[in-house]
Write a protein that binds this ligand. Structure first.
Ligand code: AHR
Length: 669
């Protein structure tokens, strides 16, 4: 029986072990001091050590224009009407010819920087005006206002780069500057485009003043013809100062959750809007000018600048396991907008392409884990990471319709990965809902193939989460583990967050069958959202953390690896009250979580009498507020956790405030 040998984290005990084996696991393998062991009763159920993590998808401008710190929009002139009807390769660029200058501008494809990056700009500077009546710069050029304006901080350094080539016989002098929307120059560098071959030119710009609406201006100041591409501007300070890195503040709020894993890059983004739109990982590695840009399924553009290397690096930087999801060689069933007619747009890769596709999946494992001497491992090493990334999980498919075409392709991929890489845990998929045809068929197929982990998704109203908090109590422990890869109640008010907290207590209680869980979607840019309910809202400057964020964070920071089910006695009928007690073996702490989703304060009794000598004081964190309260950019801390130190006893009654989540962390004496 496959399930009986499944491992959970470092404990590595047989997961569905007998009581005897469980005792052995806890007392021998848990990294507990001998002293603590003698004081803590040996009872409880081991649960997943990677229960709470993150799901990142490039939706709502999460990547380009979001956490990916690139400040220039359409840097490679690859925007296209297939993304938004009015878009084209010059979108978000303006032509300039100040000082009575004139010239020509065109988009070319004849001799690109790289075949993966076909469009580039040709700038022909015919005349640079030197009229006495004109003050200020003269020349011919372009400017870009980024994603709704470029936010510049005074005194900070910005790294500029451009691929360029001298097309005319003589070099062309170009001024590169950051300007206010009124044209005042905040920082400037001069470069000379003097190579007849494509060459990368770089420079640093340090702004004299701050502004939220800067523009990057490239102005040729001498006549001639030049080609330009991949015009890029990054703040020097990115998260962990990684080149081609992430916006430091946004990455930090994710790091602050200490997620155990990150699933990426989607979502529907993975299986794509038709076969040509599937996310192919090989397109998203290597130098940025060689990556394949494409239409984002959510109706905008995807540079793949935040690509597989960056995802893996970020996971490593914050101690999260990488969980890449690859297409199951079928496209989204809603391709072409067929969700309007019931979703029949699933397309499948031709079978004669499956050998190559399977190899592509296997190559990812080599890229992530193989030695630097291997073909794909060498590319990881060349990108600056000779050590393996220690990939353990791969998701195959996202919410796909469980058709014969899907099944056939999933099995081919699944068999090949299992045969070559038995050390990799494969995550299967069971449609977009908590029940129904694809859910049932998906589970049946997963059972037949003995898929070790299954990715369930559902978005529901808050009451559904309250009503279904015991969902996993009834799951068969001999079947696949669950990865609840996407879930959210429809809303970002306090009562939504608390409904999710009630549900998460159920996930913890069932942490022996629910291996992983991640809220979705994670990030959303103000005014650029395709999905209304999200965990973290942001604009170019500010971040608004939702009550749902704090719930996720409190569960994530306070994960345990053993759950004790008899500390609280709450009747299942009491559906707005939920509580759990877990132990975190690394610290030895006991962690209580108490959720009151009701409109009045409730007393909750905790019985810790069998736990030995607990400390008299404990750290307490309370998240509470009115049911309809929410955080806004104007008032982003309306709902936020409040910390205190409280007295605890072995048996005590806690007055849980109305609409609240309380976490109490107790040490042993
Ligand atoms: O999270 C938003 C979308 O919801 C995901 O892309 C998809 O998997 C689900 O339907």
């Amino acid at each position: 029986m496959v399930n009986s040998v499944r491992k959970f984290g470092a404990c590595e005990c047989t997961f569905r072990c007998t009581a005897l084996m469980f005792f052995f696991c806890v007392s021998v393998f848990q990294p507990f001091s001998a002293q603590t062991q003698s004081k803590v009763r040996q009872a409880g159920t081991p649960i997943s050590r990677e229960l709470f993590g993150l799901f990142f998808e490039d939706i709502n401008y999460s990547a380009d224009g979001g956490i990916y710190a690139e400040l220039i929009q359409n840097r490679s002139f690859e925007y296209s009407p297939t993304e938004q009807r009015e878009w084209h390769p010059l979108s978000f660029w303006e032509y300039l010819s100040p000082g009575f200058s004139y010239g020509q501008i065109s988009i070319e494809t004849k001799d690109p920087v790289h075949t993966n990056n076909p469009h580039y700009l040709l700038l022909n500077i015919e005349h640079v005006g030197h009229e006495e009546q004109h003050s200020g710069p003269s020349g011919v050029g372009i400017r870009n206002a980024g994603f709704d304006g470029i936010v510049i901080k005074k005194g900070e350094r910005y790294n500029f780069s451009v691929f360029a080539k001298q097309v005319s016989s003589s070099p062309v002098a170009v001024s590169v500057s950051l300007q206010t929307h009124k044209g005042e120059i905040l920082a400037e560098e001069k470069i000379s485009i003097n190579s007849p071959e494509w060459k990368k030119y770089t420079g640093d710009l340090v702004a004299r003043e701050a502004t939220d609406s800067a523009k990057l201006v490239l102005l040729a100041e001498t006549t001639g013809t030049i080609a330009l591409d991949v015009i890029s501007l990054f703040p020097e300070h990115t998260f962990k100062n990684r080149p081609n890195g992430l916006r430091a503040d946004l990455a930090q709020v994710l790091a602050d959750m200490k997620p155990r894993f990150i699933r990426f890059p989607g979502g529907c983004l993975v299986h794509g809007d038709g076969l040509g739109n599937m996310y192919r990982w090989k397109n998203a590695i290597g130098p940025i000018e060689q990556r394949v840009e494409q239409r984002n399924i959510w109706g905008y553009h995807q540079t793949a600048g935040l690509g597989y290397f960056e995802y893996f690096q970020f996971c490593e930087d914050i101690g999260a396991k990488p969980v890449p999801v690859l297409p199951a060689a079928v496209s989204c069933q809603n391709s072409g907008g067929t969700w309007r007619i019931g979703g029949t747009g699933q397309r499948a890769l031709p079978l004669d392409e499956m050998d190559d596709y399977v190899q592509e999946v296997l190559d990812l494992i080599e890229w992530a884990n193989g030695p630097p001497t291997s073909r794909w491992g060498s590319l990881r090493a060349a990108a600056g990471h000779p050590e393996p990334f220690n990939l353990e999980y791969i998701g195959i498919g996202n919410e796909d319709k469980i058709t014969p075409e899907f099944k056939q392709r999933f099995k081919v991929i699944y068999d090949a990965v299992r045969a070559k890489h038995p050390e990799i845990t494969i995550i299967g998929t069971v449609g977009p809902f908590p029940d129904g045809e694809d859910f049932t068929k998906g589970w049946e197929y997963a059972d037949a193939l003995k898929v070790p982990v299954i990715d369930e998704h559902y978005y529901k109203e808050p009451q559904w989460f309250i009503n279904n908090q015991y969902r996993y109590d009834g799951y068969d422990r001999d079947k696949a583990h669950v990865y609840l890869g996407e879930y959210a109640s429809w809303g970002n008010k306090m009562h939504n967050a608390i409904a999710e907290a009630i549900y998460m207590v159920g996930l913890e209680r069932n942490g022996d069958v629910v291996r992983m869980a991640s809220y979705a979607p994670l990030l959303a840019k103000k005014g650029r959202t395709q999905w209304k309910t999200d965990l973290i809202f942001f604009d170019n400057k500010a971040i608004c953390l939702t009550p749902n964020y704090y719930v996720q964070q409190l569960f994530s920071l306070n994960q345990g690896d053993v759950v004790f089910k008899d500390v609280f006695s709450i009747a299942p009928a009491d559906s707005t009250l939920a509580a759990s007690c877990v132990r975190e073996s690394s610290s030895g702490d006991l962690i209580l979580k108490i959720v009151n989703g009701g409109k009045t304060q409730r007393d909750v009794k905790a019985d810790l009498t069998s736990f030995g000598r607990i400390s008299a004081t404990a750290e307490q964190i309370v998240l509470s507020g009115d049911a309809d309260a929410e955080n806004t950019f104007e008032n982003p801390t309306k709902i936020s956790p409040v910390r205190s130190t409280v007295k605890v006893q072995k048996a005590f009654s806690y007055a849980a405030p109305a609409m609240s989540l309380t976490v109490i962390r107790i040490k042993f004496r």
